[in-house]
Design a protein around this ligand. Structure first.
Ligand code: HEC
Length: 156
C-alpha cells in the first residue's frame, strides 16, 4: 500500500513538472492608441478607475498577469478567461466596433455588473480590490447607459 502511494506521488509530481513546459503566451496584443475606449469615448476619471481595477485585466489588451500565471494548470484557466473576455468585449479595440455594437456592449456593462455576473466571481476570490460596491455599480451604470444613449442618438 505504501509503495502504491509512493508511486502515485511520483507520477503526479512528474506530471506537474511536465505541465510546466506548456506555458501561456502573456505578450500583449498590439494596441492602436486611437482605437481604445478612452480615445474615442468620454470616460470620467472615477469610471476609468473602476474599469481599470475591475475589468481591464480581461477586457483590454493590458492584462496584468499575476505570479500564478507562470504555473500550469492555473495559467490555462486564467488564459481561457482572458481570451474569452477579450473576444466578447475588448476596450483596447473599441473603435473597431460600429456604433450599434458599442451601444449594445455598453448596455451589457450595466446589466452584467448589476446582476453580479461581472467581474467574474472567480476573479474576485483573489482580486478583492476588484469588488464593486453599490455606489460604484450605480456610477458605472449611469455612465454606460448615458454613453449608449449618445451613440443611439448619433445613429438616428
Ligand atoms: C477574470 C476575467 C474577467 C473580468 C475581470 C471581467 N470580465 Fe467581463 N467577461 C469575462 C468573460 C470570460 C466573458 C464572456 C463569458 C461570459 O459572458 O460569461 C465576459 C463577458 C462580459 C460581457 C458580455 C459581453 C457580451 O458580448 O456578451 C460584459 C458586458 C462584461 N464582461 C463586462 C465586464 C465588466 C464591466 C467588468 C468589470 C466590472 C468585467 N466584465 C470584468 C471575463 C471577465
Amino acid at each position: 500500500m505504501k509503495k502504491a502511494l509512493k508511486i502515485t506521488v511520483i507520477v503526479l509530481a512528474v506530471a506537474f513538472i511536465v505541465l510546466q513546459f506548456f506555458r501561456i503566451d502573456t505578450t500583449a496584443p498590439v494596441t492602436n492608441p486611437a482605437d481604445t475606449l478612452a480615445a474615442t469615448t468620454d470616460v470620467p476619471p472615477d469610471i476609468s478607475l473602476i474599469l481599470g481595477r475591475s475589468c481591464d485585466d480581461c477586457h483590454t489588451n493590458n492584462t496584468r498577469y499575476p505570479w500564478y500565471a507562470q504555473i500550469q494548470p492555473t495559467a490555462w484557466f486564467l488564459k481561457n478567461h482572458i481570451d474569452d473576455g477579450r473576444r466578447h468585449l475588448n476596450f483596447s479595440i473599441w473603435n473597431s466596433y460600429d456604433d450599434k455594437k458599442k451601444a449594445k456592449k455598453l448596455d451589457e456593462v450595466c446589466e452584467e455588473v448589476q446582476s453580479g455576473e461581472m467581474p467574474l466571481p472567480s476573479y474576485l476570490w483573489i482580486h478583492h480590490d476588484a469588488v464593486l460596491n453599490e455606489g460604484e455599480k450605480k456610477a458605472l451604470c449611469a455612465w454606460s447607459q448615458e454613453a449608449a444613449k449618445k451613440l443611439d442618438k448619433a445613429d438616428k
